[in-house]
Ligand binder design. Structure first.
Ligand code: HEC
Ligand code: HEC
Length: 349
């Protein structure tokens, strides 16, 4: 399914859910050249399609795979002891971790163990999962061998059934966008946010509930990912947003818009980095020494990372709205020609 037909299929649901007419306007005509997909640099990555959900075996292993899927899609309910915010794994790894260009699990599984500059050593896959609990979920890392990790590992391993190993599969991670023409700008980013994001994520970035559950996840504030999370890096957020947002209308923003709105989102307060040393400047120097992190930077006279945001009521959409996210039909991964490329580093702050 291509982006346009996916968009058409989702239009009715989307419009009914959030009163958005975006698909007809942005998706009905081919994107201009400037917003065309940026293909990964040669050598091309190996194409892979994960098995369908119905292929999960009906045995003891399959039962744990299903637990992994449930943990991934309903993380706070399935593992409340390890989750400290309102997000699920699926919020950033779309379609239950299947979708290409949203760091899919099948591509991740075959990319570990790998050296990561963030930790300064070779990480196992389990350790990578721990990192997403600690930072993206603002929670606690399950101990190695914990049934929660075993289930998530089993789910990822099953999803990579038949994939070659130690390669970069097409659609792995988030896309890497080229540097924008103009330096990313928060004021332009806010305009993009207001026009194309706030309908779902709320003007204050707090997400929105519908029918008593969180239908649209918070992008900042007390219930979102913390300052140590990968999404807090403007380049990673820009790549994710370009490919996946507005939901149902991926690849519709220009690169410049994606960078600008990513900078805007990543310049908002969120829970403290769990590696906080007691001093923002020192924490920045130790863990955020990259132009891609706004932690410790001064924005409108305020030092980001200096004030933990307070919890409060999340805005509800008008009563006619329905939880739209679950209803969306997901775009499938794109195929690309194959030249195996070993994956040896993961340079991500
Ligand atoms: C706030 C967004 C967010 C949430 C929520 C989140 N992650 Fe991630 N995750 C990321 C980002 C960003 C990366 C890095 C992607 C990249 O390097 O391109 C990542 C990477 C990963 C990777 C490695 C992918 C790769 O290709 O190396 C795995 C595995 C993973 N996450 C699992 C999880 C699990 C399990 C959960 C839930 C417990 C979770 N994530 C929740 C944002 C998130
Ligand atoms: C039609 C509703 C909708 C629109 C419009 C939309 N999003 Fe999202 N967004 C979602 C949903 C739903 C998810 C979670 C996906 C899932 O769980 O399957 C999400 C996830 C995200 C995430 C990762 C999760 C998190 O909480 O950090 C980011 C970042 C994000 N959106 C940014 C944006 C930006 C920036 C825009 C505007 C360019 C935008 N979104 C427009 C519905 C929307």
């Amino acid at each position: 399914m291509n982006a346009r037909s996916a968009c058409r299929g989702r239009l009715a649901l989307l419009a009914a859910a959030v009163g958005l007419a975006g698909c007809t306007q942005h998706g009905a005509s081919p994107p201009p050249a400037a917003t065309a997909r940026v293909l990964p640099a040669a050598p091309a990555a190996v194409a892979f399609t994960p098995p369908p959900r119905r292929a999960i075996p009906d045995d003891a292993f399959g039962a744990v795979v299903r637990q992994g899927e449930a943990l991934f899609t309903r993380t706070g309910q399935a593992a409340p002891q390890f989750v400290g915010n309102a997000l699920t794994c699926q919020n950033c790894h779309l379609d239950a971790g299947r979708l290409a260009d949203s760091a899919p699990l099948w591509a991740a599984w075959v990319g570990y163990p790998v050296y990561r500059s963030k930790t300064g050593h070779v990480n196992t896959f389990a350790e990578r999962l721990q990192g997403c609990f600690r930072f993206s979920m603002n929670g606690k890392a399950p101990p190695l061998g914990d049934p929660v990790l075993v289930a998530l590992e089993s789910y990822s391993y099953w999803m990579a059934t038949g994939a070659p190993t130690h390669v970069t599969l097409a659609g792995a991670g988030y896309p890497i966008l080229p540097q924008p023409e103009q330096t990313p700008d928060r004021v332009r980013g806010k305009a993009v946010y207001t026009a194309k994001c706030s309908i779902c994520h709320g003007a204050e970035g707090r997400g929105r509930e519908a029918w008593g559950r969180l239908a649209f996840p918070p992008l900042w504030g007390p219930d979102s990912f913390n300052w140590g999370a990968g999404m807090g890096n403007v380049n990673l957020a820009a790549g994710f947003i370009k490919a996946n947002m507005p939901l149902g209308n991926g690849w519709s923003l220009s690169d410049q818009e994606a960078w600008d709105v990513a900078l805007y989102v990543d310049s908002q307060e969120r829970p403290q980095d769990p590696r906080y040393t007691g001093d923002v400047a020192e924490t920045r120097a130790r863990f955020h020494d990259t132009p891609m992190s706004m932690y410790g930077r001064v924005v409108d006279g305020h030092v980001l990372g200096s004030v933990a945001p307070q919890a409060g009521a999340r805005p509800r959409p008008p009563s006619a709205d329905r939880p739209a996210a679950a209803a969306f039909v997901r775009r499938r991964g794109r195929a690309a020609p194959a030249t195996p490329q070993p994956r040896t580093t993961k340079e991500q702050p």
